[in-house]
Design a protein around this ligand. Structure first.
Ligand SMILES: [Zn+2]
Length: 444
């Protein structure tokens, strides 16, 4: 069955790989980008989409998402999570294995792949666990899982404490050319609920020191050096943490790293009730009550100085990709609980684009930089031929309005769980059309 044709007319095409950054038309036929250029004519029967004033970019790719299915469907499902992805401009996501059952066997992965086939609105690549049950005791069968579609390995949510298992995982990563994606947290130091510092002291909330993260980043970089394996450091949140990655890269260690938009724009002051985005020029948000569980995330929101150091590391390219760590939780697990008892995690898929666009407006990045970190580089990391709009490529793309203002309310979101401290705030930037293989998966 031939798919619909669509001519996206007059948009600002941003395509870093092909060095496009200007007004162009984009023609999509049969699921493929067939032409990019000025004044294209629409073939018979094609829809013409007026993109004047809008940006046309390769579809965004998120390497760190929690879809929660199977096992935690009250938080999110493959259907709602991938709909949220499409609404956020994402056309490919990678899902973390901390489901029930854990993605640790060929059988579970095959079941997940079948669910994705049935319910997925965007492309989904699974990340398999490093250890069975994510229990840190016995390594999974890395090559069998890679052959079943695992694009990486992670015990995300926890650090794999056993250094010998980490060594074997990194050795497997070298052979399989798949990253080991690590959540760095020394559990013995990390019994708190927010960043340990002046703010946690004032609020009387137990803290998680930056060192809990940095110690494990240092260990894992050493094991990557030892093995020649591919280490991918998830959600780096501290300035010293990314400095360790910077130095390891300079020494030739095979390491990639991701940063989250919330760690670039929010600090531990948000736990105290601040609602002004950092490093941007947006109007201040109205203060919120202190200890709002929707500010609780792991790794925690760090200091304002950390946000500046992470921003600089993204500008210089020490961070390879921006990812969201989309971590939906149902309301009872978040609201109304004491801060220490509330679940860790923020909703992310529908906020990455507006938060990154705020950083563009503040002059920290160009649109090309943002598309590079949210699409081209994640595609390279996954080894998939996406992340660019060259004619002949699969038509995964997003058309977004970089200026449209919208207020974050649960009814504007496609995710099942609106656990975000951005609730009630006005953001700018919204996906208007998301195509996956030329098929419309979101229109606003
Ligand atoms: Zn994590």
């Amino acid at each position: 069955m031939s798919r619909r044709s669509i001519l996206i007319r007059g948009g600002h095409v941003v395509d870093p790989l092909n060095e496009r950054d200007g007004i162009s038309d984009v023609l999509v036929r049969d699921g493929v980008v067939t032409d990019v250029g000025p004044s294209l004519s629409a073939p018979g029967g094609a829809e013409v989409f007026d993109a004047a004033g809008l940006v046309v970019a390769p579809g965004l790719i998120d390497v760190h998402v929690h879809l929660r299915e199977p096992g935690f469907e009250a938080k999110e499902t493959i259907a709602t999570g991938t709909a949220a992805a499409a609404a956020g401009g994402f056309t490919t996501i990678c899902c973390m294995p901390n489901t029930r059952p854990v993605l640790d066997s060929v059988e579970v992965l095959e079941d997940l792949n079948a669910r994705v086939e049935r319910d997925g609105q965007v492309r989904v690549h699974p990340i398999a666990a490093i250890t069975k049950g994510r229990e840190g005791v016995e390594a999974v069968d890395f090559s069998a899982l890679a052959a079943t579609g695992a694009v990486g390995f992670s015990d995300d949510g926890d650090t794999t404490a056993d250094s010998a298992i980490m060594r074997s995982a990194l050795e497997a990563s070298r052979e399989l050319n798949r990253p080991v994606m690590v959540h760095c947290e020394d559990k013995a130091l990390a019994s708190g609920a927010m960043h340990e510092g002046e703010v946690s002291g004032n609020l009387g909330i137990p803290g998680i020191p930056a060192e809990a993260e940095e110690i494990i980043i240092a260990r894992d970089l050493m094991l990557a050096r030892l093995t020649g394996g591919w280490l991918h450091v998830c959600h780096v949140s501290t300035g010293r943490g990314i400095d360790l990655v910077r130095r390891a890269k300079a020494e030739g260690v095979r390491v990639t790293a991701e940063v989250m938009p919330h760690h670039l724009t929010m600090s531990d002051g948000w736990v105290a009730g601040e609602r002004t985005l950092l490093n941007v020029d947006e109007p201040p948000g109205a203060p919120a009550p202190a200890a709002d569980p929707d500010t609780k995330v792991n790794p925690p929101l760090r200091t304002a100085e950390d946000t500046r150091l992470l921003l600089a590391a993204l500008q210089e390219g020490t961070f390879d990709v921006v990812a969201t760590d989309h971590a939906p939780h149902a309301a009872p697990e978040k609201q109304g609980s004491p801060y220490e008892r509330a679940a860790f995690g923020l909703s992310g898929l529908e906020f990455a684009l507006p938060l990154m666009l705020a950083l563009v407006r503040a002059g920290h990045f160009s649109l090309t930089d943002v598309v590079r970190r949210l699409s081209l580089e994640p595609a390279r990391l996954l080894g998939v031929p996406l992340g660019n709009l060259a004619p002949g490529n699969i038509a995964d793309l997003v058309v977004f309005d970089p200026e449209e203002r919208w207020v974050v309310t649960p009814d504007r979101l496609r995710t099942k769980s609106a656990n975000t401290p951005l609730l009630g705030m006005e953001l700018r930037g919204r996906a208007k059309l998301t195509l996956v293989g030329g098929e419309e998966r979101h229109r606003d």
